[in-house]
Design a protein around this ligand. Structure first.
Ligand SMILES: [Zn+2]
Length: 396
């Protein structure tokens, strides 16, 4: 079996496990740095290996538009194209179609939209997205789903969740067709979509939707479980504008409804407090653009909360970004120097903040894993959050 999940320890709902993929093992809980366009902004793959990143994320919508998934396939697939020989997950583009693209028209067949790059008209169907993700060749692919705002009412949430489940059935059928080499029709050659993944195995994750409505989340989980023996589960549509307590409640609901034996990936969630709260509720995998995106605004994660390096008070501060961090930025440079780079628009400033922020979240997930293994997750997470939240308001 190409994919498996091994549970090593549990602490309440929290789990320490190992997700086995054709490109290596991922110790969980884990944070996945986001390389939307086949690059984690400002970082070299060697930086990510040095920081201990095991799995990264990329995006089907963005890579389809540029450079084109056909280009990536021709270059040997995403692993070879971006020189990353560890596991990769591709998001299907559902979120991007609904958040970035303009003039969306949603029908049962799919979504027609305008590219955010050049305004060209596009039509995504579950089948097309599976073909794109196969061309990219990531280890884990996500289904195409109907994403809605976090505060959507029960009627809209039900409509989107039920459509996502119908689209999941189409995604699964298309994956099976592609894997079997069965042609689309008489005219199409059998080799139309050979897998770009040299190890020739991809795991399709379904996505549990349902907004902030517990009954819808439960119904979605039950329906999805009944369709297939999935290698893992995505939890979508959270951290998209709803209140934090509502998100945590939905995680509790989904934790009860999904099998304990499979990995769970909470999509797009990755601020430190949310990673800890997610781990406590049985989530294994996280991703978020936050560490590189907020870094571009000068924001820095530290054990004592967020700070903004642009502030004048750091002009002559000799300390590292976070005195307790062992990343390569904190090991060498002062806040004063990084502030100078940043206010001078020097590229190294952006790079050092990305290095630190990504390292911070990778390290946080590793610390949580150790706390689960030593049965100290409750006290560790309580202390961690109390200190992180007690800091003076230096956040951006
Ligand atoms: Zn650091």
């Amino acid at each position: 079996m190409s994919f498996s999940f091994r549970l090593e320890h549990t602490a309440g709902a929290a789990r320490a496990g190992v997700f086995v993929t054709p490109h290596g093992e991922v110790e969980t809980p884990a944070f996945m740095p986001v390389g939307t366009l086949a690059t984690v902004k400002t970082l070299d793959p060697d930086d990510l290996v040095e920081m201990g990143a095991t799995m990264i994320l990329s995006n089907a919508y963005h890579l389809h538009l540029r450079p084109g998934d056909d280009v990536v396939r021709e270059m040997g697939g995403l692993h070879r194209f971006m020189r990353w020989d560890r596991p990769i997950l591709t998001d299907s583009g559902g979120f991007q179609v609904f958040s970035l693209a303009q003039l969306r028209v949603i029908t049962e067949e799919g979504v027609e939209f305008q590219s955010h790059l050049d305004g060209s008209r596009r039509f995504f169907t579950p089948e097309l997205v599976m073909q794109i993700e196969r061309n990219l060749g990531a280890d884990v692919t996500m289904q195409f789903d109907h994403v809605i705002p976090g505060q959507s009412d029960a009627t809209s949430a039900r409509d989107a969740s039920e459509r996502s489940i119908r689209w999941l059935a189409r995604c699964l059928a298309e994956v099976r067709r592609l894997e079997s080499g069965q042609p689309l029709d008489e005219e199409t050659p059998r080799e139309e979509f050979p897998s770009a993944n040299p190890r020739n195995a991809q795991a399709l994750f379904p996505i549990v939707q349902g907004g902030i409505h517990a009954d819808l989340r439960r119904e979605a989980a039950v329906a999805i479980k009944g369709m297939n023996d999935w290698p893992g589960f995505g939890i979508g549509g959270l951290s998209v504008g709803e209140a934090k307590p509502a998100m945590y409640e939905m995680l509790d609901v989904v934790d009860d409804a999904l099998p304990k034996t499979h990995p769970r990936y909470l999509m797009g969630v990755g601020f430190p407090e949310d990673i800890i709260e997610g781990i406590r509720r049985g989530v294994d995998l996280f991703d978020c653009v936050a560490p590189t995106r907020i870094g571009r605004n000068g924001a820095v994660f530290t054990r004592d909360g967020r700070l903004n390096i642009k502030r004048a008070e750091f002009r002559t501060d000799p300390r590292p970004l976070d005195p307790e961090c062992d990343c390569s930025a904190c090991g060498r440079f002062s806040r004063a120097y990084i502030r100078h780079l940043f206010v001078s628009d020097e590229l190294l400033g952006l790079r050092l903040l990305s290095l630190h922020n990504v390292h911070f979240l990778l390290s946080l997930a590793r610390q949580a894993r150790i706390a689960i293994q030593s049965s100290e997750l409750d006290s560790w997470s309580r202390d961690w959050l109390a200190r992180y939240r007690s800091a003076p308001a230096l956040a951006i």
